[in-house]
Design a binder for this molecule. Structure first.
Ligand SMILES: Cc1cc2nc3c(=O)[nH]c(=O)nc-3n(C[C@H](O)[C@H](O)[C@H](O)COP(=O)(O)O)c2cc1C
Length: 207
């Protein structure tokens, strides 16, 4: 099985990078491979709403998101991490999520009926990590929800949403034991969920 960590901060050695990596480290095992990507290494434009993906589920924009689609499709779970930028996710994370639109499927005659490629493939899992500087959760705004809501719509069950406050400087997360514990716990929960699903699949075959 595979888990893809996706970092929406441009500070490669900042808080989001460190905490997403820590979550991945708590998952890596014989059964699960992990990989981390920094969205800042990719040139990803926002969705244009052209509907060019409607029949093929493939985005027609020829930018670096094309390099990420295969990684997303082969991952059984993803961990998205973003710092709060003005009460919301970063522009990089927003563009990345918009471009997952090609995996959402709507009924021809009724836009209120939808599914997704992930649901068609049996469902996937996600963990969401949101990080902000302020002490009060309200100053984190919609950061966590701006990731979890679209991911749920795209057929990812969000098994854990981690909200970490009071991290400002790049190295703040290194000194924050509680933050470290929280992301590790979320990673371990994701790992257990994935293993439970695998075991259930094997057991159900012989039912
Ligand atoms: C453009 C910008 C906007 C920000 N907006 C907020 C905000 O609305 N609320 C908040 O608590 N922190 C805000 N911050 C602080 C960052 O969320 C915080 O420094 C975080 O730890 C950065 O994560 P990183 O090290 O992974 O880049 C903002 C920082 C920047 C650069």
């Amino acid at each position: 099985m595979k888990v893809l960590g996706i970092v929406g901060s441009r500070r490669k050695n900042g808080n989001t990078s460190y905490l997403v990596q820590q979550a991945l480290d708590s998952i890596e095992c014989k059964e699960i491979e992990t990989k981390l990507v920094f969205l800042s290494d990719y040139n990803i434009k926002g969705c244009t709403g052209c509907e060019g993906c409607k029949d093929t589920y493939k985005c027609v924009i020829t930018d670096d998101m094309q390099k990420l689609y295969p990684l997303i499709l082969e991952a059984d779970a993803i961990i998205t991490g973003s710092p709060t930028y003005f009460y919301n996710i970063t522009a990089d994370m927003k563009a990345f999520i918009e471009r997952l639109y090609c995996f959402q499927v709507f009924a021809e005659d009724d836009r209120s009926v939808w599914s997704s490629i992930n649901e068609a493939l049996g469902g996937k899992y996600a963990v969401v990590i949101a990080i902000c500087e302020q002490n009060d959760k309200k100053d984190m705004g919609f950061t966590a929800e701006a990731m979890s809501k679209p991911l749920e719509g795209l057929g990812y069950r969000v098994v854990e949403t981690v909200k970490i406050l009071k991290l400002f400087k790049k190295e703040d997360s290194l000194k924050n034991q509680d933050a470290l514990e929280e992301v590790k716990r979320a990673g371990e929960k994701l790992k257990k969920t994935m293993i439970l699903r695998k075991e259930t699949k094997e057991k159900f075959k012989s039912y």
